[in-house]
Design a protein around this ligand. Structure first.
Ligand SMILES: Nc1ncnc2c1ncn2[C@@H]1O[C@H](COP(=O)(O)OP(=O)(O)OP(=O)(O)O)[C@@H](O)[C@H]1O
Length: 263
């Protein structure tokens, strides 16, 4: 049913010069799902993410978010509607603590306006306290209490990823786009990260759309998995089915060994 799609990409195309990176592509991310997007290098996955996140504008087609046409809206406007994309913690935030990094996230903090500070100092203090409480809840949820006062720049790769995930929890996100979460994260923290994504999904109702090269992680987290090649969707289904499609395994992942069956 179409009203259950959080993200609905309809016949979207994007060219770069003579190259068609995304070619009349249609896909849907259902509410409450953790949907994976996989495919070989150059398949168009990042371009599709950039289109959905508003970083680039399609040449044709339509992108709906919660049923509303958001084609061409800026990332900032999409953020306001609850679509978030995780980004590496920017260099300028590495000298702030983990807790401060979270507290920086909410847009429209009254504390940001000098005039409000001057006119309503009480309101600003109350809002700041609320943001701090929420940040502490996020720290708690992600079990980052032991590093909350550590500078973000000193965190391990995995802890940084957790913090990036935490930033999405500072606003009422409806959908989170995750780009290569596993890159640079050790096995133990990757487990934590995956467990937190699952908890955000099941306990807090977040919908995730995930690009990932780590097939084990995709297999653990995502259902359905969408396979892209040459700018189009070529298959979609649970990873157990994708794994059994020898054509896809051979053609797009090189060797069946990288897509091990778990059962
Ligand atoms: N800004 C750009 N300018 C020109 N060509 C681009 C641009 N961005 C992507 N492309 C091209 O579009 C095609 C799709 O690239 P894209 O990065 O979306 O693929 P991908 O599936 O994310 O690949 P990877 O897994 O390697 O990141 C590639 O041929 C790429 O070279």
């Amino acid at each position: 049913m179409s009203f259950d799609a959080v993200i609905d990409v309809k016949n979207v195309s994007k060219r770069f010069g003579g190259l068609v990176a995304v070619d009349d592509c249609s896909l849907r991310v259902e509410r409450g799902s953790i949907t994976g997007l996989i495919g070989p290098n150059g398949a168009g996955k990042s371009t599709l993410f950039n289109l959905v996140a508003g970083n680039i504008v399609p040449d044709s087609g339509q992108i709906l978010f919660n049923g509303a046409d958001v084609t061409g809206l800026s990332p900032h406007r999409l953020f306001g509607r609850g679509m978030l994309r995780t980004f590496q913690i920017a260099h300028e935030f590495s000298n702030m603590t983990a807790l401060e990094n979270l507290m920086m996230v909410p847009a429209d903090q009254p504390g940001e306006s000098l005039l409000t500070t001057w006119l309503k100092p009480g309101a600003v203090r109350a809002a700041d306290a609320q943001v701090r409480r929420r940040a502490l809840d996020v720290i708690d949820f992600l079990k980052l209490g032991h590093v909350k006062d550590e500078l973000a720049g000193n965190l391990s790769g995995g802890q940084k990823k957790l913090l990036e995930l935490g930033r999405t929890m500072m606003v009422d996100a409806k959908a989170v786009l995750l780009d290569e979460v596993a890159a640079g994260v050790n096995k133990t923290l990757l487990n934590d990260l995956a467990a937190n994504i699952e908890r955000m999904n099941t306990e807090l109702g977040y919908t995730f759309f995930v690009i990932e090269h780590d097939m084990d992680l995709i297999g653990r987290l995502c259902d359905p998995v969408i396979v892209m090649a040459q700018g189009r969707v070529i298959a979609e289904g649970p990873m157990s089915e994708i794994r059994q499609n020898p054509e896809i395994v051979e053609a797009y992942f090189g060797s069946p060994v990288t897509v091990e069956a778990t059962s």
